[in-house]
Design a protein around this ligand. Structure first.
Ligand code: F6P
Length: 557
């Protein structure tokens, strides 16, 4: 039976109707309710009180979660049940952050011992690099490392490296870390213009080691180094590391066994930054910070497993999102970090949430009759205030907004400029809190509105009218560190799982990305005159003929 036919779901629909004439600001007068919606765990504090929910709403959402055995599903995830049903395997990213002394048996083997083995191998490589002992073909130490990967093999390490730039370790050589993901070659060609092939190491990261985007970039990179040193075996050995779940494919490509780092089929690409996929994080921030990242995430895993629903941050975040999507019919989610260090976080979450939960068929293969993953996007909040906030405040869409900010910032910065930076942080927090407030209250607050315009703004047809009632959640991190970032990412990973359990969909496959890849093969043949040109639909035929005629006219693009 679809969840939408259960009595718990129907009760929530009726409850939603009963709240129709109530504004969030009225709900906010209930101090007890607000206290129940202000929750914390370790380095993370969340205020859910600007959501249009009453104490009853939460109780009813818990009933809904109990009706699908959410508790058992959470322990099943963490203990290695085959939750990825369409690929017949577990999804054990949580095993990647277990403490070394713990064991986790999967198919009769302790997988944590494999995890620890790869961590040790990764640490050895990282130490060789940051101590200047890894030499390029000409004998000079490596100074620059380029991560070649896409999707989960790019976004996680990119997010963490970017967010924690201030924690960069200063080894003997001070390795610079770069990222290139796109198949169009723009990123890698721009790196070629600033890097030296003698001192550059490429890390080819691909779970499947078949992704055309990554392998194309890797081939181009190899050619670039080979132009300076024709000894291919030496170039492959000293300038390429591979990270994959397929050692045979790495070997086929020319990665020597000692420079292969492994992870496993039971780690989904978008959940893989905790594995050797995170090697660039360790090169830039040191193993100590990498381990702190894992530790933070592990603490969140324990919380997810053991906290009762009313105090369980990922459960609350997931259930309240379900409330917004399925009962309030809000199909847009904005991610708004009030800290430029988290600029990549919206992109990271776009993959995590939409690739996981952008599904319309249940685990049993039945079509859902309810909405699943909302469209998600975001931007650093202070910049977005000068861009798309117009739509949030006065557009026709309802959008659920996650505001994210650190509590402490610039604590160790001295001097007059340090004072100014601390003031900038307060200014940023003030904007964060004010925006969520304005989104909720709209014109019902007369604050900041002159007497002259007050009357006008109350009129719903006025250009100055703010309808308000945009729901938001405010997530505060004590400060941005490897440990707290680990917790934040794990919080969202588990939120995604909670929503998938409620929707009865598989968040761990991504069949939807395959069709376009297959179609691209035939299209490339037609574009490179190896296949028939007119075999496509009329639009595509025209586009291909247009490009081919340009090639003919100019003898190449
Ligand atoms: O095409 C989508 C996808 O498979 C993602 O799920 C994945 O993170 C990305 O491509 C990269 O895949 P791989 O790590 O196998 O190169």
């Amino acid at each position: 039976m679809l969840i939408s036919n259960t009595k718990e779901w129907k009760a929530l629909e009726a409850h939603h109707q009963s709240l129709a004439d109530i504004k969030t600001c009225q709900l906010l007068k209930d101090r007890e309710r607000n206290d129940c919606l202000f929750k914390g765990f370790d380095k993370i504090t969340i205020d859910f009180s600007k959501q249009k929910i009453s104490a009853n709403t939460l109780e009813m959402l818990f009933e809904l979660a109990l009706s699908v055995n959410l508790n058992e599903k959470i322990s099943g995830l963490l203990s290695g049940d085959k939750v990825n049903t369409t690929e017949d395997r577990a999804a054990l990213h949580t095993a990647l952050r277990l403490p070394a002394e713990k064991s986790l048996i999967l198919n009769g083997e302790d997988i944590n011992s494999d995890v620890q083995l790869q961590l040790t191998k990764m640490e050895e490589i990282v130490n060789r690099l940051i101590n200047g002992h890894w030499r390029g073909f000409s004998g000079k130490p490596i100074t620059d490392v380029v991560n070649l990967g896409v999707g989960g093999s790019d976004l996680g390490p990119l997010l963490v490296c970017d967010a924690l730039d201030e924690y960069e370790v200063q080894g003997e050589t001070g390795i610079n870390v770069h990222f290139a993901s796109t198949m169009d070659g723009s990123q890698i060609s721009s790196l070629f213009s600033s890097l030296n092939p003698e001192t550059t190491l490429f890390i080819v990261v691909s779970k499947s080691f078949t992704t055309i985007d990554t392998l194309t970039n890797a081939e181009t990179a190899k050619q670039w180094v080979l132009e300076q040193c024709s000894n291919e075996a030496l170039v492959s050995k000293q300038h390429f590391i591979g990270v994959s779940a397929s050692p045979s494919k790495m070997e086929e490509w020319g990665i020597v066994a000692e420079h292969q780092l492994l992870f496993w089929e039971w780690v989904g690409g978008r959940f893989s930054l905790w594995s050797s996929v995170g090697i660039c994080i360790a090169i830039k921030l040191g193993m100590r910070n990498f381990r702190l990242l894992l530790q933070g995430a592990h603490e969140m895993d324990k919380h997810f497993l053991s906290a009762e629903f009313e105090n369980n941050l990922p459960v609350l975040l997931g259930l309240i999102s379900i409330w917004n999507v399925n009962f309030r019919k809000i199909n847009a989610q904005a991610i708004l970090p009030y800290d430029a260090r988290l600029a990549v976080f919206p992109d990271y979450l776009t993959q995590l949430e939409m690739e996981s939960n952008g599904k319309s068929v249940t685990l049993n293969g039945e079509a859902v009759d309810y909405d699943t993953c909302p469209v998600l996007w975001g931007e650093v909040g202070p910049n977005a205030q000068h861009a798309f906030y117009q739509l949030l405040h006065q557009g026709t869409q309802k959008v659920n907004c996650d505001f994210i900010a650190p509590v402490k910032r610039f604590c160790n910065t001295d001097g007059e400029h340090g004072k100014r930076l601390k003031e900038q942080h307060l200014l940023t927090l003030a904007n964060c809190f004010a925006q969520s407030r304005a989104l909720m209250l709209g014109s019902s607050s007369s604050e900041g509105i002159s007497n002259k315009t007050r009357e006008e703004s109350a009129n719903s047809t006025s250009h100055r009218h703010y309808p308000g009632e945009q729901p938001s959640t405010t997530i505060l991190l004590e400060e941005l560190s490897a440990y707290s970032l680990g917790q934040l990412i794990a919080l969202y990973e588990h939120k995604v799982y909670v929503m998938a359990v409620l929707w009865n969909i598989n968040p761990f496959d991504q069949w939807g990305v395959e069709l376009g890849k297959v179609m691209a093969e035939g299209t490339l043949d037609a574009l490179s005159n190896k296949g028939k040109v007119d075999d496509f639909d009329q639009s595509t035929n025209k586009l291909i003929r247009f490009i081919n005629s340009k090639v003919k006219d100019s003898g190449g693009l």
